[in-house]
Write a protein that binds this ligand. Structure first.
Ligand code: ZN
Length: 152
């Protein structure tokens, strides 16, 4: 299983599944793939920095380390990529799963939630595209894969 990073949107914009359930934690494979924590705040990506680590390495303690949100205690460095699309994804556990049955047994799948964040030349998000699937789309996809849907 490959590695990934976490992305937590903490700004004004709400990210939801197609049913409108709010999603607060995503994964991405488009950054460092080292289980780092990134926060999407004010249209930029900030990587969390741990104080202790920062103190061990004085060179990293500089004015790039910001407290990104006054209401949180997150210390972070602006790591917004330039000219890059970052895909963030998860599945919605609040949506009812679709149950399938095959020769390998039964399984449950929740609809995918995926957003594409398009970063511009100054590292600001310029475009957010919602590529999430509906429960019906998931059901069609599973049917096309030859799985038998147990219940709607
Ligand atoms: Zn949902």
């Amino acid at each position: 299983m490959g590695m990934f990073d976490h992305v937590y949107p903490i700004g004004e914009k709400k990210f939801t599944c197609r049913e409108g359930h709010e999603i607060i934690e995503f994964q991405t494979k488009d950054l460092e793939n080292a289980l780092l924590k990134y926060y999407l705040f004010d249209g930029r990506l900030y990587e969390e920095v741990h104080k202790a680590k920062a103190e061990l390495d004085p060179k990293s303690v500089d004015d790039r380390i910001l407290r990104i949100a006054k209401q949180t205690s997150i210390d972070a460095i602006d790591k917004s990529p330039r000219y890059k699309t970052v895909s963030i994804y998860t599945d919605c556990k609040e949506c009812l799963p679709i149950l399938t049955k095959s020769v390998w047994g039964s399984a449950e799948q929740h609809p995918n939630v995926e957003y594409e964040l398009g970063f511009g030349k100054d590292g600001q998000v310029e475009k957010i595209e919602n590529k999430s699937e509906t429960r019906e789309e998931l059901q069609s996809k599973l049917t096309e894969q030859g799985l038998r849907i147990v219940e709607k």
